[in-house]
Write a protein that binds this ligand. Structure first.
Ligand SMILES: *Cc1c(COP(=O)(O)O)cnc(C)c1O
Length: 389
């Protein structure tokens, strides 16, 4: 196995040990296309965990978001309200249908969509709200769903980072019209590339199956519910093959222990950075009391006057691979071209440049975490990272 030497990598994919066993079973079964036995096990797990009537594996969270955009029957010029502080797929999935992303600012505490600013951005063209659960911490879904209900809008949760997190006791991904999970290698539970669409409206489950199977009712045919399958609607191939599902099944079975291990590391970082917070050099993530989270990410927000990029390169030079996160979509070339903002986004503009994500993965040792924070502390207490302006 490849090793990371004496550096602390930002991420290191965790494997449970059963992945190859299930892949070997798949090999022995001789069934590699999608929707076989391992896919069914994963679907059952996702339905059990979310309580949703429908859960469908996709080849990515991006694909799940694209499916949601198709299912919403968006027309060119329709608008979808979302944060600018997110991954490109939140916007691209809707842009592919000709819709316009409307970027709204984030809350300074959780960095999630600021629910108090959504209503001002609604126009007659608005069709949906797409909140993102940043770092696996829930957006204020009760407030968002209430706004959506008042205005007749759909809600698509970008829950890419939110597997096994909850809001007011309910699983992320189960709270909107649709939820989208990611099993990308950088997430908590992985299959290399992979994702799932959670369908929370029972009347949309069959339609979602059709969109995922090239616009055909092949899923019903495989269950023996119809005697032939045919073209029913617009769709594409959004399903992963069985090898991916076999790998994922091993991971889903360990989802609770993966979450617990990550939470222990997250809590340790929180304690180790208390002094730096007390010294006014940074602030730590905020998890609202009504949310449980999955420790997808431990980020810090540096105090003003500290040069974030100097901190990142200082850490890298000392063998600690920490990273920044999103370049806000509203100020990126495609965002300027394809989206619009509803007024200025001062919190997004300010905080994205203050943020650093620390290494966090299953298997990260206490000694490595202490080294990360000591290295960070040395840098922050030295004059070398003061901003020059
Ligand atoms: C990772 C991520 C995605 C994309 O997930 P893929 O499975 O790689 O398509 C989308 N949105 C957010 C917020 C993410 O973190």
């Amino acid at each position: 196995m490849q090793q990371y030497g004496d550096k602390v990598p930002f991420n290191w994919p965790y494997m449970t040990g059963r992945e190859l066993h299930y892949i070997a079973q798949c090999h022995a079964n001789g069934r590699f296309a999608g929707d076989g036995a391992f896919t069914r096990l994963c679907h059952q797990w996702l339905r059990d965990r979310t309580g949703a009537p429908g859960a469908l594996l996709t080849h990515s969270c991006t694909a799940a978001l694209e499916m949601a955009a198709i299912l919403l029957d968006l027309q060119p010029g329709d608008e979808v309200i979302m944060p600018s502080f997110t991954f490109v797929s939140t916007a691209n999935a809707f842009v592919l249908r000709g819709a316009v992303p409307v970027f709204v600012d984030i809350r300074p505490d959780t960095l999630n969509l600021d629910e108090t600013q959504i209503e001002a951005a609604i126009t007659p063209r608005t069709k949906a709200i797409a909140p993102v659960h940043y770092a696996g911490v829930g957006a204020d879904m009760d407030a968002i769903n209430a706004i959506a209900a008042r205005h007749g809008l759909a809600v698509v949760e970008d829950a890419a980072q939110g597997v096994a997190s909850s809001y007011k006791g309910r699983p992320l991904g189960s709270l909107g019209t649709y939820g989208a999970f990611s099993f990308h290698e950088t997430k908590n539970v992985i299959s290399g590339e992979g994702g799932a669409l959670i369908v929370n409206d029972p009347s949309k489950v069959l339609e979602a199956e059709i969109v995922r199977e090239k616009g055909t009712d092949r899923s019903r045919f495989l269950r023996g519910e119809v005697d032939k399958y045919t073209w029913r609607s617009v769709g594409s191939s959004f399903l992963p093959g069985e090898l991916i599902a076999a790998f994922l099944w091993a991971q889903l079975q360990e989802a609770d222990s993966i979450t617990a291990t990550r939470l222990a590391a997250w809590d340790r970082y929180y304690a180790l950075t208390a002094r730096l917070k007390g010294d006014g050099l940074l602030r730590r993530p905020v998890v609202p009391a009504d949310c449980t989270h999955n420790a997808h990410m431990f980020y810090i927000l540096l105090a003003d006057g500290i040069d974030r990029n100097a901190v990142l390169s200082g850490l890298a030079a000392r063998g600690v691979n920490a990273v920044f996160h999103y370049v806000p979509l509203h100020s990126s070339p495609a965002g300027l071209d394809l989206g619009r903002t509803d007024g200025p986004l001062p919190v997004t503009d300010h905080l994205h440049g203050r943020l650093i994500r620390l290494p966090l993965w299953c298997g990260l040792s206490e000694a490595q975490q202490e080294r990360v924070v000591e290295t960070l502390s040395d840098l922050l207490h030295s004059g070398a990272v003061r901003a020059s302006d």
